[in-house]
Design a protein around this ligand. Structure first.
Ligand code: CMC
Length: 434
């Protein structure tokens, strides 16, 4: 325990006729916890908490969420303020270093990102090895893991090397993402440019071509940069927990980041942004009002869910969705930029928010509900949506990896289980098995 945790009165646990005293503590925002790390040694019991719905896995000073009040803060700064006033590179620095950068620090960090943006030339061949139509998340996860073979990590990591590796990853993930898109459409790769800043550089690598200039639209650049900010961290979500879990074995950071990308891919996590757009497109194509999707999502015999709705932590509203909805409105109000899917999304949200099923379960639009519409407006193809989420989340994953590595002692993540399989039985030779 760090000295940021304040001890409270111990809790008493009664099991049969015995009572046990368990330490309790409180974090800086008043969150309270019972420390059960010695529970098994004391009592022979473990706790059972599938999906870690109620388990604090670590202490962290990076991101604070109050899901009941719709609060999200990075390093103490409100997400709404960061989204409005900051740029993604500043936010990445904030997450990784704990403070907003001063001008000189920001310049140094941006320069470092620019200098790290190229990937080893030999890696370009890898892109040719993937079958056409491969999902870019599969390519991204593979390529990020294979960075470890081109940029081996020394056994002893000093701070300067660690910072350099982190910059490599934040920068190279964007290059790999853009290259995988270019390969998927059979166009030549566009290299990162030293002259362009982070988000512009990415959009240029995605959309410029030797035979076509790409006019960078200020509003689009700003919207994508904001998208990255809003996705940059979200405390112990599924992919960040995977990063911490993989990192706790002291695996190399490229493998660790790749674990995060793989966990993010699923439709209940980052993959939801792609699914939301596919759902809205289907409603549009079929000319319905979305009732069918709502009814399916409510039907307990169907595995369907209303994509972009609900959240493990937010039981009021997701502050990221509020910012994105406004941004979407602004972007699509620009001359020539209309999207019928935005109207469908708004109607769907209205219907769901009046429906007792969603009200009683506190299911609100999450970050993925409106984000896809912004990406569509920028011309990003649907199968790249989760890749953009991964680019945004990279600084958060790495901030957690560093925080874990620098904690007093890295404890390998190794939950226990309650075994419910067969008890001991006698082995039967193959000809005796029925
Ligand atoms: N549509 C219909 N019912 C839902 C939905 C939904 N989107 N989400 C939750 N429920 C129901 C669920 O069936 C359960 O009902 P009941 O109590 O009758 O069994 C109840 O609400 C609680 O659900 P849960 O699965 O226990 O909640 P959770 O905290 O484990 O799941 C979630 C959170 C995000 C996985 C879930 O809400 C979901 O699957 N949403 C759709 C996918 C999605 O949009 N994911 C993006 C999440 S935000 C970005 C990110 O972090 O990646």
């Amino acid at each position: 325990m760090t000295d940021k945790l304040q001890p409270l009165h111990p809790a008493t646990l009664t099991l049969g006729d015995k009572s046990y005293s368990l330490p309790t503590c409180e974090g800086v925002e008043g969150e309270k916890a019972i420390d059960i790390s010695k529970l098994r040694a004391q009592t022979g019991y473990i706790t059972l908490d599938e999906g870690y719905v109620n388990t604090g896995a670590c202490e962290s000073a990076i991101t604070y969420i109050d899901g009941d009040k719709g609060i999200l803060r990075y390093r103490g700064y409100a997400i709404e303020e960061l989204a409005e006033k900051s740029r993604f590179v500043e936010v990445a620095y904030l997450l990784l270093h704990g403070e907003l950068p001063q001008k000189e620090q920001l310049l140094q960090f941006s320069t470092r990102l620019n200098e790290s943006s190229i990937i080893h030339e030999d890696m370009h061949h890898f892109f040719n090895g993937f079958p056409r139509g491969s999902h870019p998340m599969g390519i991204l996860a593979t390529m990020v893991a294979s960075l470890s073979t081109f940029y081996p990590i020394p056994d002893e990591l000093d701070d300067a090397t660690e910072i350099q590796i982190v910059a490599n990853l934040v920068s190279q993930v964007r290059t790999i993402a853009a290259f995988s898109y270019k390969k998927s459409i059979g166009e030549p790769l566009i290299y990162p440019s030293y002259k362009l800043k982070y988000t512009r550089n990415f959009l240029n690598m995605m959309f410029a071509s030797p035979v076509r200039d790409y006019e960078l639209d200020e509003d689009i650049v700003r919207a994508i940069d904001m998208f990255f900010i809003l996705h940059a961290d979200h405390e112990q979500n599924c992919s960040t927990s995977s990063v911490r879990t993989a990192g706790s074995s002291l695996a190399n950071v490229y493998a660790v980041a790749s674990a995060g990308i793989c966990a993010l891919w699923g439709p209940r996590h980052g993959g939801a942004n792609q699914e939301v757009i596919q759902m809205l497109e289907k409603i549009h194509a079929e000319g319905g009002d979305g009732t069918e999707f709502i009814n399916q999502a409510k039907d307990k015999n169907s595995p369907s869910r209303l994509m972009g709705f609900g959240h493990r932590v937010y039981k009021n509203f997701d502050p990221r969705a509020v910012v994105l909805k406004k941004q979407c409105d602004k972007l699509l109000n620009k001359a020539g930029m209309t999207d019928p899917l935005f109207d469908i999304a708004r109607r769907l949200e209205e219907c769901a928010l009046k429906d007792d099923y969603f009200i009683s379960r506190k299911l609100y639009p999450n970050v993925d509900f409106y984000s896809g519409l912004i990406l569509r407006a920028a011309g990003i193809p649907t199968n790249m949506f989760t890749v953009l989420f991964a680019i945004g989340r990279m600084p958060g994953w790495l901030a957690h990896w560093r925080e874990m590595l620098h904690s007093k002692q890295v404890t390998i993540t190794r939950p226990r289980q309650i075994y419910v399989g067969e008890t001991l039985r006698a082995y039967q030779d193959i000809d005796q098995r029925s």
